[in-house]
Design a protein around this ligand. Sequence first.
Ligand code: CU
Length: 157
Amino acid sequence: MHVDKREKRVMQITVIVLGVAIGALVLSMTASHKSLPSPAGRIRPEDVRSTAPFDNPGVRQVGDNEYEVIMIAQAWEWVPNRVEIPAGSHVTFKITSVDVIHGFRVPDTDLNAMVIPGQITEVDVDFDEARDFTLLCHEYCGIGHHRMGADIVIVEN
Ligand SMILES: [Cu+2]
């Protein structure tokens, strides 16, 4: 098969650019110890409300300045729709969905994850100072998607 010299050059440049981009991605992820989110567990959507810890959603203290927030996403609300956490806390959110795919996004933080029926999503963050955040659904989940929000209130410790 004959390949034109210029076309061959373009293919070589493309392979080099792709190699550099993939290398930069791998290097940045390993250097910053970042990893792609993976499911923290599996749960049948119909069993969520009767299975611990999702049978009792809310905030619980699990250590000194360490909290766990158990949340359920459902069209079109978060359960609970308001959580209060003391400033200076490390917080792990455990979330699952009982119906469709939702998105867990808290602007001004690194919290950004998919909430998929059948999976438990786990994300964690440090809340250093008192302020209010709004939890948003960033995955279109139906006609009430735009009003699917919750308050995350970080109170003075
Ligand atoms: Cu949504």
